[in-house]
Structure formats: C-alpha cells, structure tokens
Design a protein around this ligand. Sequence first.
Ligand code: NAD
Length: 434
Amino acid sequence: MKIALIGTGYVGLVSGACFAEFGLDVTCVDKLADKIETLRRGEIPIYEPGLDSLVKRNAAAGRLRFSTDLAAAVDQAEVIFICVGTPMGHDRRADMRFVHGVAAEIGRAIRSPGKVVVTKSTVPVGTAQQVKKLLAENISGGHEVHVASNPEFLREGSAVEDFLRPNRVVIGAESEYAANQVKALYRPLYLIETPIVVTRLETSELIKYAANGFLAMKISFINEVAALCERVGADVKQVAKGVGLDNRIGTKFLHPGPGYGGSCFPKDTEALLKTAEDAGGDFELIRAAIGVNEKIPARLIARMETALGGVKGKKIAQLGLAFKPETDDLRESPGLRLLDALRAAGATVVACDPVAAAGARKLYPDLACADDAYAAAAGADAVMLATEWNQFRQLDLPRLKGAMRGAHFFDWRNVYEPAMMAAAGFAYQSVGRR
Ligand code: NAD
C-alpha cells in the first residue's frame, strides 16, 4: 500500500521509516526544503537511536522517499497521515494551525475517491471531525474521503523500538473501511500479538491525552512524595520501589527529579485541562499535576542558593540540557528551566550535553559548552546533574572533584548514592533523600 506522512519531525520521520520497514511504500513530506534535502542526502536531522540505519536501508530499497510536494504525495497515497506539530498556543490550548492548514492542503490535492486521512499528531477531541469538514470544503469533484485517528505513543530516545513493538495501536474511525485501511498498515504487528484498540474518533483522540495526563500525574505524584521525604527523613528511591513493586502501580514513571518536560507532557496536560473546561467541566488532578510540576525548578534552585550561600557569581557545571537522555530535543526541557533560573540569579553556567549542546547554543548564543563533564567542572563551585545521560552515570569522581574549586554536587536525577558521594568528598544533594 502507498502511504504519505505530512510533517517529517520526530513522529513523521520515525513512523515513515518504520512503516517502510513494514514493507509499505512511503513518502514523507515536509514544507522545510532544507530538511528534505538533508534526508535525501542520507543525513538524519534529529538524534534518535537506530533511526539512521533504518532510514538508509529503506530509502536504498526504494520504499522510503522524501518530498516537499504534498499534492503529488497525496495523489499517489491511499492513506495520508497528518504528523505536524500541535504546540501549546498562547491560550494554553493546542495550536491547531498546522493541522488545519495541512487538512485544507490535503483536501485541495485529492483527485480520487476512497482516501483515508489520519491524524497521528496529538490533537484535541473533535479534531478528526474538523479535518473531515476542512477536507470536504476543499475537495473539488465531490470525491468521498474518510477520516481516522491513530495517535502515536512513541517516546523520543526509544522511538524506533516503540513503533516497531508498541504496547498497543489505537485507531479511531467512523467507517469500517477507514478502520480496516489503517489496521492493514500494522499487519506485521499481528505476529507479536500487539493489541489493536478500535474506537470512535473522539475516544481515540482522548486516549492519547488521558495516557499522557496519567503519566504526568505519576511524575508529579512522586515529586510530591520526594518533597515529603525531604521533610520527614524518608528515602524516595526506596519509597518508589516499595510502592512500585505493587503490580497495580508499577515502577515506571516513579522517578523524582526536576519535573516533566519535553515536547509532549507540558502541552498535552494543558490541552487536556482546556478540553475538560471547554466541555463545561474541570480536571482537578491534571490542574494539580501541572501546578506541582511548575514549582519544582524554583524549589531546586532555592536549595542551591542555600547550600552555596547564593548562586550569584558562582560557577556551575550543568550536566545535561536535553529533556531526557538519548535525545537532542530541548523543547520544554527542565534542564533549560534550571539554566534560565541560574543565569537569571547571576550564576555562570558551563554546560555539557552529548548531543543537545549545539541546539542549546542556538537558543543561548553566549552559553559556554564543554566537551565533557570534567572540562565543564574546571574551576566550578558546583556540579548540577540535570539529564541522566549514561556518560554522567559513571563519572570519575576524584577527577571531577579535582577539577573543581568547590565541592557541591546537586544530583537532580538521583543518579548517585549519598554515601558514595560523601566518601568522595562532595557536599551532595539529591531529590527526596537526606
Ligand atoms: P516536530 O516539530 O518534530 O515535526 C513537525 C514537522 O511538521 C516539522 O518538520 C514541520 O516542518 C512540519 N510541518 C509543519 N507544517 C507543515 C506543512 N504545512 N506541510 C508539511 N510539513 C509541515 O513535531 P513532532 O515532535 O514530530 O510531533 C508531531 C505531533 O506528534 C505532535 O502533535 C506531537 O504532540 C505528537 N507526538 C509527538 C511525540 C514525540 O515524542 N515527539 C510522541 C507522540 C506524539
């Protein structure tokens, strides 16, 4: 089957390459000519483990193409995925300009009946119906078109594996034809018995937000537990383990730290809250999860201020900028919120990140970035671990301390053990542990 994906970002590119790996004939479209040229040269514009070889292999096999020509790609495809961004708008709702723009463009390009247009972007409830309306308004010739919703659950950093081995595939559709067309694309997953959940359009759209909302809530919950641990002398790592080993709860997403970030949770929790409000209700748990998350960086910076006797004029080595390891994505990174707060308070920050430093320099042209943790720590008063890259998990502690002028280590990802850090001579602080 021939398919087209409109929007070749983290989701569109990974999905396109994986669908090609499933044996489908795929065209990935983007409006950014530079990005398409880069991909045609065989270079990958984002950092995502395993993606490079997947793209090269499928492009070489002729199953994966890149184009700026949306109309031609739509004309050839039977199923068209909308994979453009849905960032947070000024009113904290999902900004739907890109989705609506692309839906109208697809409508203008449709010249035959039976195509299925699928929203893979994370979109508020009701979007598929809006897409249907926009398609109808723009199709000339009155061709019949179907819409479907197929939210994406991949995680940056393990996106390829997540797409090839998902926990489930969710498909929302009005017609059996649309549901079956989308289902057929995932046929290789039948072999690994992946559950396929077929629902109404609105249900499918809400599943994505409810999933992200729940995960964000779990993170805010453990961060609240961590704050309580600090007050009562408990150890949050052990609390999380003891709680998470209960099958009903699970150990995942129970790691306290500088709060959730990235391109999804912050905007999706806000959009979920707005959806609830717009529907005449409220979502108090999500409101609380957002409130808790927003307060965390200030709490951590206050601890640094106290420990260092003020951060003004201090030199801080920041280890990690990306919102999590194994990605170059800086969108809504808690590391950047900490960086902003430290710089605003007058600290000098030297940062280090294995892949996100180049992107960070575009946002902060004056940011000093070092090649490794030891160079970042040279002459520093303190080290602050903000992203738990593997490179930062096995630091040579005597070497690190030897490079510094101070001895403070703020481990905001709980990578190290307090006793080990004390033995290495650090004034060590972490989250939710004495
Ligand atoms: P992204 O910003 O990385 O990519 C979006 C791409 O769409 C960009 O390359 C942009 O140039 C392109 N685009 C915008 N308008 C276009 C147009 N008119 N024609 C062609 N291309 C156009 O975004 P992303 O991270 O891939 O996210 C896309 C959607 O998927 C969002 O709704 C997001 O919430 C959702 N999602 C993201 C992830 C993730 O981990 N990044 C996971 C699951 C779901």
